[in-house]
Design a protein around this ligand. Structure first.
Ligand SMILES: *Cc1c(COP(=O)(O)O)cnc(C)c1O
Length: 228
C-alpha cells in the first residue's frame, strides 16, 4: 500500500484536539489510494462523499473498506436511487420531498436509511437545508417515514472571521439538536450532530458536535474551486 505519513500525522493531531468526537473524512477530489490509507492505516471509521457521480466512480475501490460511507453533499431527488444501497447515512436532507424519495427508494431495497436533517443555520441564500424555525416540524415529519431513520442534525456554518461567530452558530444548532432530536431518536441509536469542518472543528467540538467532517486539514487544499 502507498504511504502518506502526512495524512497520519494530521489525523493524529486532529484527534488529540477533539477527543471523543467522531472524525469523518470529507473525501471529495481525494484519490482512493489516500482514502484507503486513511481508513486502513489510521483507523478512520467514516468517510463522506458529496457528489453522486464521484461516489459511483470511486465506489468499487472503497466498498471493501472497514468504514462507513456517508453522503454529505447536496442530493438531487432523481439521484437517490444510485446511492441508496451504497451509503449508511445521508447527512444532507434539507427538504421533506427529498426525505420522501429516500423513504421510497429505501423501501424498494428493503432497508431503513439513516438520515440527518440539514439546518441552514446562517440563513444563507446559497445554502440548502431547513431554516432554524422549520426544524421542529421538519424533524417530526422525518420521524413519520417508515424507511427513514432520522438520527439528528447536520449544518454547514457560514465561513466566519473569528471563533466567536462559529461558536454562536454551533451553539444555536446544538440547542435545536437538544430540543428537537435527542429525545426522539430511536433509543437503540446514538443521536448525531454533524458540524464543523477544517476551519471550525475545534469550535464545533466545543459546542457539542458528535462528528466533524474534515477534508483539507487532512488531505491538503483542493485544487478545484467548485468542489462543495
Ligand atoms: C468539503 C466538505 C467538508 C470539508 O471541508 P474542509 O473545509 O475541506 O474540511 C465538510 N462538509 C461538507 C458537506 C463538504 O462538502
Amino acid at each position: 500500500m502507498m504511504e502518506f505519513p502526512e495524512i497520519k500525522e494530521r489525523i493524529g493531531k486532529i484527534r488529540s484536539e477533539i477527543p471523543g468526537v467522531d472524525l469523518l473524512l470529507a473525501t471529495k477530489t481525494v484519490d482512493t489510494d489516500r482514502i484507503r490509507y486513511a481508513v486502513k492505516e489510521c483507523g478512520v471509521g467514516y468517510i463522506g462523499e458529496n457528489r453522486v457521480q464521484e461516489l459511483l466512480e470511486k465506489y468499487d475501490r472503497i466498498k471493501d473498506l472497514p468504514c462507513e460511507i456517508h453522503f454529505i453533499g447536496t442530493l438531487q431527488k432523481n439521484k437517490v436511487k444510485y446511492i441508496i444501497d451504497k451509503v449508511s447515512l445521508i447527512h444532507s436532507v434539507g427538504s421533506v420531498s427529498l426525505c420522501e424519495e429516500i423513504d421510497r427508494q429505501a423501501e424498494k431495497h428493503g432497508i431503513v436509511m439513516n438520515v440527518l436533517c440539514e439546518v441552514n443555520i446562517g440563513r444563507e441564500e446559497s445554502k440548502s437545508g431547513f431554516l432554524p424555525e422549520e426544524v421542529p416540524a421538519a424533524f417530526e415529519k422525518m420521524l413519520s417515514f417508515s424507511h427513514v431513520r432520522p438520527l439528528g442534525l447536520m449544518t454547514m456554518a457560514p465561513v466566519c472571521e473569528n471563533r466567536e461567530d462559529y461558536i454562536k452558530f454551533f451553539t444555536k444548532t446544538y440547542r435545536l439538536f437538544i430540543d428537537n432530536c435527542v429525545k426522539k431518536v430511536d433509543n437503540r441509536y446514538k443521536p448525531v450532530l454533524s458540524m464543523g469542518m477544517s476551519g471550525s472543528y475545534r469550535e464545533a467540538a466545543q459546542c457539542g458536535a458528535t462528528v466533524v467532517r474534515i477534508g483539507s486539514a487532512v488531505f491538503g487544499e483542493r485544487k478545484t474551486k467548485n468542489d462543495t
